[in-house]
Design a protein around this ligand. Sequence first.
Ligand SMILES: [Zn+2]
Length: 351
Amino acid sequence: MDPLTAPLVLDAFKLYNEGKTIIQIRNYLNSKGLKSARGGVMNFNNVQHLLHNRRYIGEFKYRDVVVPDGIPAIVTKELFDSVQEKLEKNKKAPARHKAEDDYLLTTKLFCGYCGAYMCGEAGTARNGTVYHYYKCVSVKKKRTECHKKSVRKQWIEDIVVNETMRAINDDKMLDAIVSLVMDLQDRENTNLPLYEQQLYEANIAINNMLNAIQQGVLTKSTKSRLEELEANKEEIEKRIDQEKISNPKVTAEFVRFWLERFRSLDITKKEHKKILIDTFINTIYLFDEKVVIGFNYKNQTRTIQFDDLKKATDKNSSCGSDLDCSSAPSVCPQMTNSRKNLDISRFFLLF
Ligand SMILES: [Zn+2]
């Protein structure tokens, strides 16, 4: 339990119980400097997640195992239950936050020029059609000299979703993610790498001893030292086996299976797009001529020319195949012809 954030978590539950909205609580928590799990500002979903989180009544969950009172509680069971009841009731009420929730890139999309968030905004044309945009917050508040142009919501969301889908459908990319997950898993187990290092050192010591013996250095003490080393090595191997049995690893096959399931998502559905973005996207820096997408895993940078994206779109202009339905720039009034090459560089960040 973090003594600094625990009182804020309790406040969040109390405020909701008193009838404050999630938006109000989000603003309160942000004013107190509480950060999301990713280290960013708290958004609507973060607060909603917080209010549903059973950890705060002390429940510890690991995979399918639930341990009540497994960790220190921050919120009483009574308050938690009362909040759950209110959340359930409000779920049925018309969602006041709907507009915010609809902007899938909120909290991940940043202005490439000034680094501010780009926020969802709606505007109505003369003919009554409502357009949705992402706009640099600095431009909106006229805080700086930033001149980032607003972009159409659908256009940038399609690019991000299509790029993510492309990465997931790329077998090489998938291999890279799988091996990274396996690496991370090894690192999480603090004992195993230690034992493996010990085993490595034990093998070196034995080899050195054997070399010495080959070169004719054989005394009673070298022999007993060698036996000692062999026994030590056996002991380490035993510990490694025990460690592996008590902490079974998720297999590479399982991770691959888990990732491959994302390939069957229907990216015409908002909920599925949201799952993709929430799982894979870390940050997006948007410039007028390019966008840099940071995924939640580490790999080499790749650049895709916007012309290539457009060709793929034209080929699939019926949009029968789901993957390459990225909007051409012509549908976006902000994009002029001079910006032919929208290059999408990706850089990959660690989990
Ligand atoms: Zn800006």
